[in-house]
Write a protein that binds this ligand. Structure first.
Ligand code: TYD
Length: 182
């Protein structure tokens, strides 16, 4: 399946975030499949700011490439804790550090990338079959996650070896690279 970089890919290059720097490199062949890239993308949001402060509005299928069926958020997590440590077979999510900072390790089975989220005006889109681990939470960190499905424990792969075997056996269309942006 041919894929192109997100329309807003230029905005992906922000100093201090290695995913941004890696993004052009991610839009290339992985696993020997033409056009395949890890199914992740940074999505910058429109900021409605004025003298009173800032506001970001996220609408399903407009700012976010799916209908939002679930929202959850993680807070009061200690710095030394690692959360996540799983992949989803079908779930797509958009994660936003609405306060503070957190680092995501993301791995589609071809090797990890790390992205630090520290900006409430952008999020990282994570498609299915991407292993994720969240670490280095700042004390004030609040991570909000939008998801395209209700909570379903059977969609989780919590064993990394199992994830690798399923990832290497699965071909699936990407979510992130196909999103043209609003
Ligand atoms: P868990 O999956 O362990 O969180 P993390 O991936 O950040 O390590 O979830 C913690 C608990 O919250 C667990 O009992 C399942 C529950 N939970 C829900 O009930 N609904 C949800 O949408 C999520 C993500 C978790």
């Amino acid at each position: 399946m041919a894929m192109s970089a997100p329309r807003n890919a230029e905005r992906l290059r922000v100093p201090g975030c290695n995913l941004f720097a890696m993004c052009p490199a991610l839009i290339h062949d992985h696993r020997g499949t033409p056009g395949f890239a890890m199914d992740i993308a940074r999505i910058p949001f429109q900021i409605h700011g004025d003298s009173r402060g800032m506001l970001v509005a996220l609408e399903g299928m407009r700012d976010v490439p799916f209908d939002i069926r679930r929202v959850y958020y993680i807070f009061a997590t200690r710095d030394e804790v690692r959360r996540g440590q799983h992949a989803h077979r079908t779930l797509t999510q958009l994660a936003i550090a609405v306060r503070g900072s957190v680092t995501f390790l993301l791995d589609d089975g071809t090797g990890p990338a790390e992205v630090t989220l520290d900006d409430p005006a952008s999020g990282v889109l994570i498609g299915p079959m991407v292993w994720r681990e969240l670490h280095h939470f700042s004390e004030d960190c609040v991570v909000m996650v939008l998801a395209d499905q209700h909570y379903d424990p059977t969609d989780y792969i919590a064993d990394y070896e199992q994830f690798l075997s399923e990832a290497h056996a699965t071909a699936f269309p990407g979510v992130a690279a196909a999103w043209p942006g609003r």
